[in-house]
Design a protein around this ligand. Structure first.
Ligand code: SF4
Length: 159
């Protein structure tokens, strides 16, 4: 079962989106240099359709996107939640933050608008670093278009 530790409304993780980020626990990725080791443990509250609806009843008017941060131990469950969101909230954008290098075959890209792939490697840096190994994709007609350069352009602009 997917579980979440906390949520946050963020403005910089995705282009032109106000995003409700849901931080899931039980991360199996074990990235060297992990910035969120508290998410390795299996704790928190169930992240299921009821929890999502509760979150949206609280924050639905404030956000344009919901991002599922983690869930790599159960990608099929992440996919089910995203499919339900797609069905019941067609105007809401949906993102998944995966620490894996490759997209799980249990996931239908069409259930998402954005997918971030790649473990966090401290020496290469996060998405805004020009040397990052991580990739952010926009899903267009079931295909993944790499939009990682958006972050590097913005980083240069704000430097
Ligand atoms: S994906 Fe990597 S950086 Fe993120 S919580 Fe898991 S181990 Fe840490």
């Amino acid at each position: 079962m997917l579980k979440y530790v906390d949520t946050d409304i963020v403005f910089q993780e995705l282009p032109d989106e106000v995003t409700l980020a849901v931080n899931l626990s039980g991360c199996p990725c074990r990235c060297p240099g992990c910035h969120s080791k508290h998410l390795w443990e299996d704790g928190g509250r169930p992240f299921d359709e009821a929890a999502v609806e509760q979150m949206l009843s609280q924050h639905g008017d404030e956000i344009s996107c919901i991002s599922i941060m983690g869930g790599d131990a159960e990608p099929h469950e992440v996919n089910l939640i995203a499919a339900s969101l797609r069905k019941h909230h067609p105007n809401l954008h949906i993102a998944w933050w995966s620490g894996r290098t490759l997209l799980s075959s249990d996931v239908n890209p069409d259930n998402f608008d954005y997918i971030k792939l790649g473990p966090y490697l401290r020496h290469l840096g996060p998405l805004r670093s020009p040397t990052t190994n991580q990739r952010l994709y926009h899903v267009e007609g079931g295909k993944l278009r790499d939009i990682t350069s958006y972050f590097q352009r913005r980083s240069l602009t704000s430097a």
